[in-house]
Design a protein around this ligand. Structure first.
Ligand SMILES: [Ca+2]
Length: 260
């Protein structure tokens, strides 16, 4: 009995040692497992932090004003001539024609974010001359009045309008007053207003008006010889909010009627 007890005890001790050993190795495995999970979580947190930071930066960028927007505009070099970059941390180029056409084409939806036309029917902009070599009139100011705005079902990203260009010059011959009917369109993709020359082709001068995409009260207009494409004048246009003109009152009344 005694002899048989020793191997029994020994077996028991061995069993306990074995169990402890097994427990020990499973603890190591557990620790390894935990370490691995921790590492994985840490890397996930780092990823998340990076994503959050990118988003915050993007939000910050989208909140900034005209100047930074223009710098970003200059930096947009990855896209082609008639392409728009979707912006944010997701570089993507889409055709200019798809900006503000009522359908989301950018993965981040940026192409439909800012689609407010910077002018409405009846609005009046006055251009102050920077230089003008276009003709003998050489006016100090040009007034542009938006008469009608039309949607184009085929190109919803363009907005077509009828406008009147008004020029008043006091010279030795007296008082020259011109009122030129014209047509044009606005391209949302690059905030560009394109004023065609006179519909009868008499003047042959067009205007490219560059809005900055944020300020709807101002654009820089370059007068262009339509046949050569050469810039012959530059005027800085600003929205005219003065109510001291009878005609303007009339324009406003017209617009008021349109609202109903
Ligand atoms: Ca679109």
């Amino acid at each position: 009995m005694r002899l048989s007890l020793v191997p029994g005890l020994l077996a028991g001790v061995l069993l306990i040692i074995g169990v402890v050993a097994v427990q020990g190795s499973s603890k190591d495995e557990q620790i390894d497992g935990l370490t691995e999970r921790l590492n994985r979580l840490t890397s996930e947190i780092v990823d998340l932090e990076e994503k959050l930071e990118a988003r915050l930066n993007w939000k910050k960028k989208s909140k900034t004003g005209s100047l930074e927007y223009r710098i970003e505009d200059l930096e947009e070099s990855e896209c082609g001539d008639h392409e728009h970059q979707c912006g944010g941390d997701d570089p993507q180029c889409i055709s200019d024609l798809f900006v503000c056409d009522g359908r989301k084409d950018c993965r981040n939806g940026e192409d439909e974010d800012d689609c407010e036309l910077p002018f409405k029917e009846g609005d009046r902009f006055i251009g102050d001359k920077v230089f003008d070599h276009c003709g003998h009139l050489d006016p100090d100011h040009i007034t542009l009045v938006f008469n009608y705005i039309n949607d184009c079902p085929i190109l919803p990203g363009y907005r077509w309008f009828n406008a009147t260009v008004k020029i008043t010059v006091d010279d030795e011959d007296g008082h020259t007053k011109l009122s030129i009917p014209t047509m044009g369109h606005y391209v949302f993709a690059n905030h560009l207003l394109i004023l065609e020359g006179r519909s009868d082709g008499a003047s042959g001068l067009g205007v490219n008006g560059q809005f900055d995409g944020h300020n709807h009260d101002r654009f820089v207009g370059e007068t262009i010889h339509e046949d050569s494409g050469k810039v012959c004048a530059k005027f800085v246009y600003h929205r005219d909010d003065d109510d001291d003109d009878d005609h303007h009152h009339h324009d406003k009344d017209d617009h008021h009627k349109d609202d109903h």
